[in-house]
Design a protein around this ligand. Structure first.
Ligand code: FES
Ligand SMILES: [Fe+2]
Length: 343
């Protein structure tokens, strides 16, 4: 299929939309996609996701007959059915049946605009254009596939802010003592020790050692004398990062921040989590803790100006503690996201 054009009422600058359309993004939790087709939005484009015995399919949420959203339809006999005139489309998007003329040849134009879809890390990922295979485009999250770890999929969070600002906030280690004082951080522990950031094949990584614990407030456990907490960040541009928190002993918690650009200033945040301790514990307290932390961040992200992340480094001031966000902005600029992204 030819690469699609930016949709009507696109909120992105043209060049930014094309650069982002080549990237893989999550659009739903895999467990949400069942019998009923599910609507989603990515880069201002309305999508429909449905499941058949051949797996998950993603297409534009638009029947090519009369423009009805297929997310209003249903799945029957391995096909998605349009609710207006009952046309049926296979997992590949080709029309299989026009019920008004079951014996007539089906016009080749009756084909959905379909996109590649993969299920990984509990999420359905798609990309709208380009050739990048999933292996090169998805974040790397090995703990997710280790059966000894507990996998947790907290509900997604809809943020009225840009995915770039959200992602940079996830990488920001100087805000804990200010924004997260109700959940895990200490308002008096403000100093950010120096930390190292290194390039990786895909992006950058950082090892941040500090005395900021990660116990939920009220559920603190003893921390060994002199223990330093390591937070290991791995950035997968444009909008995913894996944070591995090293608890005392060998306990590890991995948080994948996977921000999906619904629109230039609307983000759907998916945060699949894996941990190797308390693996038989109920997931609800983790959902609740996660929701409180991201709500604390949301209040900031939804109010920053300009709304989009300024990729021109001269537009905002940077301090030593920001040593991860500067290369992050440079990575986005190198992807072809331009000044338009800051407008
Ligand atoms: S609009 Fe979908 S079948 Fe007519
Ligand atoms: Fe935060």
């Amino acid at each position: 299929m030819a690469d699609p054009s930016p949709p009507r009422d696109c909120s992105f600058a043209d060049a930014d939309w094309h650069a982002l359309s080549r990237c893989w993004f999550p659009i739903a939790y895999a467990q949400e996609v069942g019998e009923k087709p599910l609507g989603a939005r990515l880069l201002d484009m309305a999508l429909v996701i449905w499941r058949t015995s051949s797996g998950v399919s993603v297409a534009r949420d638009l029947c090519p007959h009369r423009g009805t959203p297929l997310s209003m339809g249903w799945v029957e006999d391995g096909a998605i059915v349009c609710p207006y005139h009952g046309f049926r489309y296979g997992p590949d998007g080709a029309c299989r049946l026009v019920p008004a003329h079951p014996d007539r040849p089906i016009p080749p134009r009756l084909r959905l605009a379909s996109f590649l879809a993969v299920e990984r890390y509990g999420l359905v990922w798609t990309r709208l254009a380009g050739e990048m295979p999933a292996e090169e485009g998805l974040p790397v999250f090995p703990a997710w596939d280790d059966p000894a770890w507990q996998r947790i999929t907290p509900p997604f969070v809809d943020i009225a802010g840009s995915p770039g600002r959200q992602m940079e906030g996830f990488l920001d280690v100087a805000h804990f003592a200010w924004v997260h004082t109700e959940t895990f951080a200490d308002p008096d522990n403000q100093v950010v020790p120096p930390y190292k950031v290194s390039p990786t094949g895909r992006g950058v990584e950082a090892q941040y050692w500090s005395t900021v614990p990660n116990w939920p407030k009220g559920l603190e456990r003893p921390t060994p004398e002199g223990f330093l907490w390591l937070r290991h960040f791995e950035v997968f541009p444009p909008f995913s990062a894996l944070l591995t928190i090293h608890f005392p002993g060998d306990d590890r918690l991995c948080i994948l921040n996977a921000a999906s650009p619904v629109a230039a200033r609307r983000t759907r945040l998916f945060v699949p989590i894996a941990k190797n301790f308390g693996t038989d514990q109920p997931v609800e307290p983790v959902h609740a803790f996660n929701a409180r932390i991201f709500a604390e961040d949301q209040a900031i992200v939804e109010n920053q100006k300009p709304e989009d992340l300024p990729l021109d480094l001269a537009m905002e001031a940077h301090i030593t503690a920001d040593r991860m966000s500067v290369p992050y902005r440079q990575l986005l600029a190198r992807m072809g996201l331009g000044r338009g992204f800051t407008a």
